[in-house]
Design a protein around this ligand. Structure first.
Ligand code: SF4
Ligand code: SF4
Length: 342
C-alpha cells in the first residue's frame, strides 16, 4: 500500500497546477503570465538594463497591456496615451525575454501589436511600385549605390533590380499604414520572380505582414544570406573576429517557414566554431529612439570589453546593425562581404 501516498501526492500536484494556478480566461494568457511573473527574464532585456528603469522591464511593459485589458485607460495607467505608447515602444524586438521565459511569451510581438492601436493608420511611407515579372532586391534608403557597386554579388542573384524601400517592414511604420493599402501593395508583387532582402529583420517584417494579410507572396522571398550561406559556413573566423547574428535569422524566420539551412540543421554559427554575438536589434529601435539606442550600443560594446571578449572585427548579416555599431567602432564593423574580399 506504499503507493497510496505517491498517487495522492501526484494528484495534489496536478490539482494545484491545473486548477489553482490556472489563469483566468477573462484575460489573455501572455499578459497575465507576465503580470504575475517574478520577472525571470528581467536581466535579459537590453532596454531596461541600459536605461536602469524598472518600468520598462518586459513585465513592466506587458503589465500596461494587462491593465488595459482589465478596463483601465492609458491615461489612468501612465498619465496619457502618449506616455503609454512611449512605454510600449521601449523594446528593440530582440526576443531575449522570450528565450529566457519558461512560457516562451512573445513580449516583442505583443508590444508590436499593441502599438498599432495607438497609431492612426494613414499612409505615411512612399511605397514603391514595380514592374511585372521582376527579380527585385529591396535595400534600405541610401544604399542603392552601395549595392550597385557590388556587381559580383548582384550577378549571383541574377542581377536583381535594386529598389530603396522605407516601407512597412519597419515595425515603427507598419502600424501606420491601412491594412487595405498594405494588402494592395503586397499584391503588386504577385508576378515578381524573386524578392531579395539584405537583412533578416526586414524579410521577417515583410513575411509576417504577408501572413497576417493571408498573402501568398511569401514563397518568393529570398535572403541574401541564403544565397551565400554555403560559402560563409565553411569560413574560419579567428578568435578576435565575431559574427553578429540576429534573433530574426535564428528563431523568427524558421517560424514563418523560411529555410535557413544552418539553423534548420539545428546548427548555430557558434557550432561552426564562430565567435557569435547579438547586440539585441537596436538597429530598428534607433529609428524611434536614437539617443537611447546609442546608449544601448555603448553598453553592449563595453560589456564585451569588460568580459574580456576582444572583438577587433565584427561581421554582421545586417547592414542596419553595421551602421549602428560602426558609430562606436569605426573601421572594424563589416557586412558579410568582408569575408570575401574578391
Ligand atoms: S516574458 Fe516570461 S519571464 Fe518575462 S515577465 Fe513575462 S512571463 Fe515572466
Ligand atoms: S524583446 Fe528584447 S527589448 Fe523587447 S522586452 Fe524582450 S528583452 Fe526587452
Amino acid at each position: 500500500m506504499s503507493w497510496i501516498p505517491d498517487v495522492f501526492s501526484t494528484l495534489k500536484t496536478w490539482v494545484f497546477k491545473k486548477k489553482l494556478l490556472k489563469f483566468s480566461s477573462r484575460f489573455r494568457r501572455d499578459t497575465q503570465a507576465c503580470f504575475y511573473c517574478p520577472e525571470m527574464c528581467r536581466f535579459a532585456c537590453p532596454v531596461s538594463e541600459t536605461l536602469r528603469d524598472n518600468s520598462v522591464t518586459p513585465r513592466g511593459k506587458m503589465s500596461i497591456l494587462h491593465w488595459m485589458e482589465r478596463g483601465e485607460t492609458p491615461d489612468k495607467i501612465t498619465g496619457s496615451a502618449e506616455n503609454a505608447l512611449w512605454y510600449l515602444e521601449q523594446c528593440t524586438g530582440c526576443g531575449r525575454c522570450t528565450e529566457y521565459c519558461l512560457h516562451e511569451i512573445d513580449v516583442a510581438g505583443a508590444l508590436r501589436k499593441a502599438r498599432k492601436d495607438f497609431y492612426s493608420p494613414t499612409l505615411l511611407p512612399t511605397l514603391p511600385s514595380i514592374g511585372r515579372d521582376k527579380n527585385i532586391l529591396f535595400c534600405e534608403p541610401g544604399r542603392q549605390n552601395w549595392w550597385r557597386s557590388r556587381a559580383n554579388l548582384l550577378t549571383r542573384m541574377n542581377s536583381p533590380e535594386v529598389i530603396e524601400w522605407t516601407g512597412p517592414h519597419k515595425e515603427w511604420l507598419q502600424g501606420k499604414i491601412t491594412s487595405q493599402a498594405l494588402a494592395s501593395w503586397i499584391d503588386s508583387f504577385s508576378d515578381a520572380t524573386n524578392l531579395w532582402f539584405e537583412s533578416a529583420e526586414v524579410a521577417w517584417f515583410f513575411l509576417e505582414t504577408c501572413e497576417e494579410l493571408g498573402r501568398p507572396v511569401a514563397k518568393k522571398v529570398r535572403l541574401v544570406w541564403q544565397e551565400f550561406f554555403k560559402d560563409w559556413a565553411s569560413k574560419e573566423l579567428s578568435a578576435t573576429e565575431v559574427f553578429h547574428e540576429s534573433y530574426h535569422l535564428s528563431r523568427l524566420l524558421p517560424r514563418v517557414g523560411v529555410s535557413v539551412p544552418m539553423y534548420e540543421r539545428g546548427l548555430l554559427p557558434q557550432h561552426s566554431g564562430w565567435n557569435v554575438i547579438d547586440c539585441g536589434g537596436e538597429g530598428f529601435y534607433r529609428e524611434a529612439h536614437p539617443e537611447k539606442a546609442n546608449a544601448l550600443r555603448e553598453r553592449f560594446l563595453n560589456d564585451l570589453k569588460s568580459d574580456g571578449r576582444t572583438a577587433t572585427t565584427i561581421i554582421s548579416q545586417s547592414l542596419c546593425c553595421v551602421e549602428h555599431l560602426a558609430a562606436d567602432k569605426q573601421g572594424s564593423v563589416y557586412w558579410l562581404d568582408h569575408l570575401f574580399p574578391s
